[in-house]
Design a protein around this ligand. Sequence first.
Ligand SMILES: Nc1ncnc2c1ncn2[C@@H]1O[C@H](COP(=O)(O)OP(=O)(O)OP(=O)(O)O)[C@@H](O)[C@H]1O
Length: 355
Amino acid sequence: MSIIVEQLTRRFSPGGSPAVADVSFHAPKGAITSLLGPSGAGKSTLLRLIAGLEVPDVGRVLIDGVDCTSLPVQQRNVGVVFQSYALFRHMTVRENIAFGLNVRKLPREQVEARVDEMLRLVQLEALGGRHPGQLSGGQRQRVAFARALAIRPRVLLLDEPFGALDTRVREELREWLHALHESTGLTTLLVTHDQQEALEISQHVVVMSEGRMAQSGSPEDIYDRPLSPFVASFIGGASVLRGHVLEGRVAVGSLALAVPPAAREGEAVHAFVRPHDVKLARTVVGGRGLSPVMGTVERLKSVGGFVKVLLRLPSGDEVTVQVPRTEFDELGVTEGDAVHADVRTATVFVGDYAI
Ligand SMILES: Nc1ncnc2c1ncn2[C@@H]1O[C@H](COP(=O)(O)OP(=O)(O)OP(=O)(O)O)[C@@H](O)[C@H]1O
C-alpha cells in the first residue's frame, strides 16, 4: 500500500504562514519513509493530515490508490503511534491492545488470539496483565505499536515514537522497529527530527523545511546529493565556507574547488564541508583532496571514539573536522597549532540564500 500526497496545504490561521505548504510526495509500498526536518517544519501536521486527524485546505491523500482525503480517521484503517504513549492507564496491556478490536466488535476469541499474536510480535508475552504504569518507557511504546498493529492497518504512521526515550533505549527500539518492519512489511511513515534515525532506518526520506518539502529521495541521495543549502547544512553537520567564482574556479579562501554548472565569474558561492571530509596533517603529503589549506586549531573536543577539531582558516571561516581518536593521537596537535586541512569533497552552491 503506497501513500501518495498531492499538493497538501494546511493553514491554522487565515493569512498566517501555512504549517504545510503545497507538499507532494510518494511513500513507496512496503518501505519506511521518514519525514525529517527541524522543529516546526510541519512534519507532525503532515502526518496528521495523512492520518485524517487534520483536514487539508487544499490537496489530496491517496492510500493504495484510493482517495482518503474526506474519510474520517476511523475509516482510513491506519495505525498511528505518537511520542507520548497515549495508552489507557486504567486498562491492562492486553486490554489496551484489544481496544481497537473491541471497538470494531470482533468476536471475543478472535480478539484474544490477535492480542496473543501482537504480544508475541512485540515480545511482551509475559506482561499482558500489567498496567501501563508498571512498564518502562520502551515497553509502553512497544504496547502502543501492538495496539496500532492489532487492527491490521493498511499503513503505519509514527510521530517521533522514540522521542521521549533515553538514547540507549531509543537505539534499541530503532533496531527493534527495523526488525518489526522486516517481519510485517507494512508501508510506514516515520516523523523524526533525528537525521541519524532517518538515514539509518528508512529507505526513503522526505526532508521538510518551513512547511515545504525541501527534497525527497533515498538516504544516499539526501546525504550525497543535497539539492539546496538547507539540506546540505541540515544533514551531516557541514561547515559553510564563503567564496566566489574566480577564473573558472571556486575560490574559497585559499581553496580552489570545481565550479558548479552555470556559475558566472565573480558570483558568490558557499561550500559545504562535512566534518569527516577533511583530512588533517602536520605537513602536506600530496593531498588527495581538492587542495590543502593551512588552518589554526582553535578548539578540541573529545567525543567518545573521535575528536572534534575546530579550525580557523585564513579567510576567517571556521571548519569543524571529525578525527578518529587513534588518528588524532598520531597527529599530535594541540590548540593554537597550525595544520594542513585537505578538503576531500565539498558541495558548492552558487548565489545568495538563507538557510
Ligand atoms: N493546532 C495548531 N494550531 C495552530 N498552529 C499549529 C497547530 N499545530 C501546529 N501548528 C503550527 O504549525 C507549524 C508546524 O508544526 P508541526 O508540529 O507540524 O511541526 P513539526 O515539524 O512536527 O515540529 P516538532 O518536531 O517540533 O513537533 C508550527 O509553526 C506550529 O506552531
